[in-house]
Design a protein around this ligand. Structure first.
Ligand code: AMP
Ligand code: MG
Length: 396
């Protein structure tokens, strides 16, 4: 059976960048161009303290300096600081010519129009030199940068409101199953409400992707094909829940084939979620996730989220596992690699992960307090507390 890592490699190899576009909606996107600064920053030598600008060579114990000017941030000094003189400067104000150091105001004694120093002040004291942060023409945000809030601030600092960035792929979510009804309806006998549709839409949106919920397809090839056609029109990534196993009403694999989808795998060494299907229609991706809610959730985190990230241009699309100690003993007996719901906790010596209680892949309530998935190997295992386990932290 296909291993998870091999399956992931297949998915990521098919997830390609979309054409860059000029945009001002940048948070979470990846830059498709180098961004250079259009100025020196700071644009002038500036004071990093409220204090007095002076000539360091003048300074010393009990030295008296004459106050000649006051410069708040946003003003330009008009006087050169000469020997025996000082200018009061506020944080962010330009340093006047002649001065080469700032003494903070709490370190001097002020007397009308003069100050008295209590010691020597070294040159460059509390001065941020011109261009210390960046120089005109210097690339400050290279192509490939993943835009975080700091990058947003930096783009503003260099005067860029709109830049070339890679789009985040759009996601379309399709639910399937004759037994599934929308949340607003009262289920009849043998029916259940659609929890996967809203859940997968929320998961999609949590990646930054515009995510559209397309509706429920019955277990009939014709209507299913129609809904899937709409989904492929609406998005670069189609996520289907249910109908993907080998039962006689599982029409998803056949219908996808009929639509021209090339199936790359349809079964992996994974619990929950073995009958997971991945295919492509041209450059578009499609994931068939098993209908049990936890299987859908796990399949999304292991394959769909990384695919979105890769298409969006992230250098590390994930899933990014970390090795963390178990908070309690864990007994498992599974015939496949298994992902268990877990909770990352802060302990005295760092994080640890506590396995949650669950009864299986239909147990969505077990996921309520889950913020990590614990990967345990197949086999009859006893893992004592403290054992290091491979863990996937979740956004939640
Ligand atoms: P399937 O993968 O279609 O065989 O479905 C597996 C199990 O998941 C069945 O018990 C389904 O009723 C259930 N299921 C399928 N789709 C959904 C859904 N959208 N919301 C909640 N449960 C579902
Ligand atoms: Mg079904």
């Amino acid at each position: 059976m296909l291993e998870i890592s091999a399956a992931l490699e297949i998915v990521l190899s098919r997830a390609s960048l979309l054409a860059p576009e000029s945009t001002f909606q940048l948070l979470g996107r990846v830059l498709a161009e180098d961004i250079a600064s259009d100025l020196d920053s700071p644009p002038f030598a500036k004071s990093t303290m409220d204090g007095y600008a002076l000539r360091s060579a003048d300074s010393g114990i009990d030295v008296k300096l004459t106050l000649i000017e006051e410069v708040p941030a946003g003003r330009t000094p008009t006087k050169v600081v000469g020997p025996g003189q000082t200018t009061r400067v506020m944080t962010g104000a330009p340093i006047p010519d002649g001065a080469d150091a700032v003494v903070p105001h709490e370190l001097v004694d002020l007397d009308q129009d003069s100050i008295c120093l209590r010691g020597t002040i070294p040159a460059r004291n509390f001065i941020l030199p011109r261009g210390k942060e960046m120089r005109t023409g210097e690339v400050v945000l290279p192509k490939g940068t993943q835009v975080n809030p700091a990058a947003i601030g930096l783009l503003a600092a260099v005067g860029r409101t709109s830049v070339q960035a890679y789009p985040i792929p759009r996601v379309a979510v399709v639910s399937t199953g004759d037994e599934i009804v929308e949340a607003g309806r009262q289920p009849g006998p043998s029916q259940i409400r659609n929890s996967n549709g809203p859940m997968l839409q929320a998961l999609g949106m949590s990646t930054g992707a515009a995510t559209r919920y397309m509706g429920i397809a019955p277990d009939q090839p014709g209507p299913l094909a129609n809904l899937l056609r709409n989904a492929f029109d609406a998005a670069e990534i189609v996520v289907i829940s249910g109908g993907v196993s080998a039962g006689s009403f599982d029409f998803v694999p056949g219908v996808l084939k009929g639509l021209g989808v090339e199936t790359h795998f349809h079964k992996i060494n994974l619990k929950p979620g073995k009958p997971l299907l991945f295919g492509t229609l041209g450059s578009k991706l499609v994931f068939g996730l098993p209908g049990n809610p936890v299987s859908s959730f796990v399949g999304f985190e292991l394959f769909v989220r990384p695919a979105v990230s890769k298409m969006a241009g992230y250098a590390e699309p994930g899933p990014n596992f970390v090795t963390i100690a178990l908070a309690t003993d864990l007994k498992t007996d599974n015939n496949r690699v298994t992902f268990l719901p877990g909770r990352l906790e802060v302990a005295a010596n760092g994080y640890q992960v506590r396995p949650g209680k669950w009864f299986g892949s239909a147990d969505l309530r077990a996921m309520l307090t889950t913020n990590a998935l614990i990967r345990v190997p197949a086999g009859d295992l006893f893992l004592p507390a403290g054992t290091l386990v491979s863990t996937l932290p979740l956004k939640w």
